[in-house]
Ligand binder design. Structure first.
Ligand code: GRF
Length: 210
């Protein structure tokens, strides 16, 4: 039986997508107390724990306690699902190759925060989200899956965020399932899915030429 530990900091809608997909989430940790994602986990009977980063003197101390708490659940995979803390190199190395993150942009564009606002400011016509393995370079590890959405005229940050979030909820459970099925192989910095999915070559054009 596979075991997934999920780290959150807030709302937990990506956690909800994993739970709705029936994936084996065995524990949820949040660095913030009283967030909606904790209640969601509890309503599914999943154990939760708050490890509040503010109670620690520095990142190493926080990450050490978090890593030990995670390891107590002997997970095959750790998923960062809206976990808004930068993790230390020691933490990332400890879970190397079994640590996935969902990021709300088409990496390598717009790493970091406020991705939807920055996409609107940059005037990109296509935006989206990425599931990637976590490495020490922030928002920069091998890419497992991406989904693209059009940026429409009249978009606001929240309209665009909602359009991207719907795609996050599709690609995160898919990527997690592939990992658990042993279908992901990292070669150099590229991730290969075996057996490969059907080739899909239809382009996403935006704006659509008349
Ligand atoms: C998502 O957009 C995720 O990509 C980003 O933070 C947001 C978290 O949303 N890292 P939720 O907590 O999963 O609803």
């Amino acid at each position: 039986m596979n075991r997934i530990v999920v780290l959150i900091s807030g709302r937990g809608s990506n956690l909800g997508a994993l739970l709705d997909a029936g994936l084996p989430v065995v524990a949820v940790f949040s660095n913030r107390p009283n967030v909606a994602g904790l209640e969601l986990a509890q309503s599914h009977g999943v154990p939760t724990r708050v490890i509040d980063h503010r109670a620690f003197d520095g990142r190493e101390a926080f990450d050490g306690v978090l890593a030990d708490a995670i390891d107590a659940y002997t997970p095959d995979l750790v998923v960062l699902a809206g976990f808004l803390r930068v993790l230390t190199g020691a933490f990332v190395q400890r879970f190397a190759g079994r640590l996935l993150n969902i990021h709300p942009s088409l990496l390598p564009a717009f790493p970091g925060l406020n991705t939807h606002r920055r996409a609107l400011e940059a005037g990109v016509k296509i935006h989206g989200c990425t599931v990637h393995f976590v490495t020490e370079a922030l928002d920069h590890g091998p890419i497992v899956a991406q989904a693209a959405v059009p940026v429409l005229s009249g978009d606001t940050e929240s309209l665009l965020a909602a359009r991207v979030l719907a795609e996050e909820h599709r690609i995160l459970p898919a990527a997690v399932r592939w990992f658990l099925e042993g279908r992901l192989r990292i070669e150099q910095d590229a991730v290969h899915l075996t057996p490969p999915p059907p080739l899909e070559t239809s382009p996403l054009l935006n704006p659509m030429p008349a």
